[in-house]
Every structure is written in C-alpha cells, then in structure tokens.
Design a binder for this molecule. Sequence first.
Ligand SMILES: *Cc1c(COP(=O)(O)O)cnc(C)c1O
Length: 420
Amino acid sequence: MKQETLCVQAGYRPETGESRIPQICQSTTFYYGDSQKMADLFDLKSDGFFYSRLANPTVEALERKIAALEGGTYGLGCASGMSAILLTALTVCGAGDNIVCASQVYGGTFNLFAVTLPRLGVECRFFEADAPAEEIEKLVDDRTKFIFAETVANPAIVVLDFGKIAAICKRHSLLFVVDNTLATPVLCRPFEWGANIVVHSTTKYIDGHAAALGGMIVDGANFRFKGNPRYPSFDLPDESYHGLVYSDLPVAFGTKCRAQMIRDTGAIMSPQNAFLTFLGCDTLALRMQKHCRNAEKIASFLSAHPKIEWVRYASLETDAHHALAKKYLPDGTGGMMSFGIKGSAADCARFMEALKIITQETHVADVRSCVLHPASTTHRQLSEEALIAAGIAPNLVRLSVGIEDADDLIEDLSRALDRV
Ligand SMILES: *Cc1c(COP(=O)(O)O)cnc(C)c1O
C-alpha cells in the first residue's frame, strides 16, 4: 500500500462489532483467569497486555501504524521524542561507550548527548553534517554504539546524506539511528537508505495539531546483532528475563528496548496521547503535501525579499542541500525553514511581534504557522561556539509553515518585514 492508504488504514483493524477506531484503553492492568498464561507473558513467550507501563492496546495501534508507514518491523510508543532518543541510547550504551552524532540536531538531543549522557559515562562525539566521510569515520572506535543524525535537521534545515553515513555504519557493523521527525515517513523512509532504527517526536507533524506529546522508536529489524562483538549484551542471557538472548529474536533491538528500558523507565506513551496521535496520523499524507507546497511558495517569496539576507530551505534550487533533498526527499522537504533578517536580534524581535497570523511559539511542525528565534529561546543555553556549530546565527528566524492559505501567510510576512 502507498503512504496515503497506510496513513488511514494501517495499525488497527476491528473485528465484527468492535469500534471502528481504536478505543482509549484507559486501564493500567489487564485480567487473566489463567496463571500459566500470565507466566508466559512475563517470560515474553506469548503476546498480550498485562500492565500499561510495558504495553497498551491504544499505544500498540499507533506503534503498528507508524511502523507500517516507515516500512519497519516493530514500533515502541514513548512518552516524548526525547524519551524515544534516551531509550534508544540506553538500549545499547553503557559506561565507557560512545555515540557519534551530527552537530546539527535538535537542541534537546544535543543536551542529552553532550551533557546528560556523559554524566553516566557515555561520551558523544559530534561531527559537522557536511564533513567528508573519512573525517566522520575517524570518530568511530570499537566502543561506538551508533551514529545518529536527523533526516532534516531542526533547526539547521540540513538534509542528511544517508549514503555517506550508511556506508560508514556498514563498514563497522554499526547501528545507524535516524531522527525522522521533520521529514515524516510521508516524505522520506530512512530504512530504504540504510537506517536500522528510526526515532520520532510524534509531537510534531505526526500528531500535527499540537495536542499530544509523544515519541516513537521503529526497529527496522535489518541489523545482525548475533556474534557482533560491538554489542555483547545482545548475545548474553538477560538474567532479568530468565536468560532470554535478544540476538536470537527476530526483533532484537525493539524487544530489548521494551523488555528492559520501557520496563525500567516507564517512559511509555499514554493511551490518551496515542489516541490523539493516531487521529492525527490519518491526515498526515494530506497535510505534508500542503506544508510542502506552502513552504515552497514562501521560501521563494523570502528569497526575493530585500530585507532577507539568506533562506535555508532545501527545496530551493539555490540551497546547499538541494541535491540531497532531490535524492532523498523528492516530494518535498516539509514546512520548516530558516532565514536571516538583514539586521540584529532586536530586528528579529520587531519582525516577529509585527506578525498577525503567524505566532511566536516554541513548538514547530503543526497545522498552524509559527516562528521562533532559537538564539534567544530553545538554544539560549548553548555557548556562542556551540550555537555556530549548530548552524544558528543571531539573526536566524525559524519558520514552521502551516496549512493555512499561502497568500495570507505571505501577506503577513510582507507586512511584518516592512517594520524592520
Ligand atoms: C521536538 C523534537 C524532538 C524532541 O521531541 P519531544 O516530543 O519534544 O520530546 C526530537 N527531535 C526532533 C527533530 C524534534 O524536532
């Protein structure tokens, strides 16, 4: 099935007489009359629900839908995008291990990898997204557990060179983890380009309505852990699961992540948020087409405007990442762009305050257009050098183009630029 069909049909199929859409299964626990059946569940010998800290039917419907959209095998609904990334790291990393990560990533991810994980003994080595393969490869050693990058980086709007990273990972039998939040599986499917694990903040386009926080991990089940000396914990019996050996299972990473990390952290998505996100997913393909067409018009308008210094939007032919966008996101690069106003940070503030339709928000990637000045908000904790490394100039404005009428948005931008 194509993405439009999967968006509305995948993930849940009722039996006769059941509700057409998944119900919000608002129950922490599940009844069993048979104690052997319960024991089998605890041993992961059979499928079923027993406690909503581990799995829940509403969450499972969304997991199946997003796994189908990504062309992956197994989904894990998480409390937020950040918890999806944290749980991914905890599934494979321990003290003494390291992660190799693009510098151009979401600010929260940067904090997790640069500040919090090092406190647990996990080091993160950052590379410039545009750096040559040899330079990135030098960061990999035998304690590296994965390379991490975003399909379309937030907020730097850099397009990932999948081929470059996938080749390094293949050479080193190393996991390739991709944050596909801003592209969504409608515009890009990372498994087709060599990724092994895909993570999402479903809080953004997948929910799409700014209604529900959530994250998703999708296991492509396309990586061989068995006998790989880089991941000894996958070959050793898990004493907390009666000697289960994850590398023997068809879904090694996903099962280990749920059995150990979701179990131990409780960072699972709530049924209410899974329900709202499932509804959002129904229109994801339609919305992404409109986000792309609107953003393309706006990027052209801004590029030609005398008060704009530069525009970063990979669908623009003049953009440094246009060739990568054409290859990996041929149907469009989404609604996110950034641009520089000719002027200071104060000019950026004047411009944003003059907007009438487009609002100032921390959020991005939902139906309503919004702007943000990262240097003074989301990224204000970063040093000047880290800001520059993350591709964030003081006059950078991040614009998330919604699904309103493009001409209304252009008029709003035009009026506000007149104030600068
Ligand atoms: C927002 C975002 C996250 C974090 O997601 P939350 O749901 O806010 O925890 C991670 N990665 C990217 C690319 C994001 O845009």
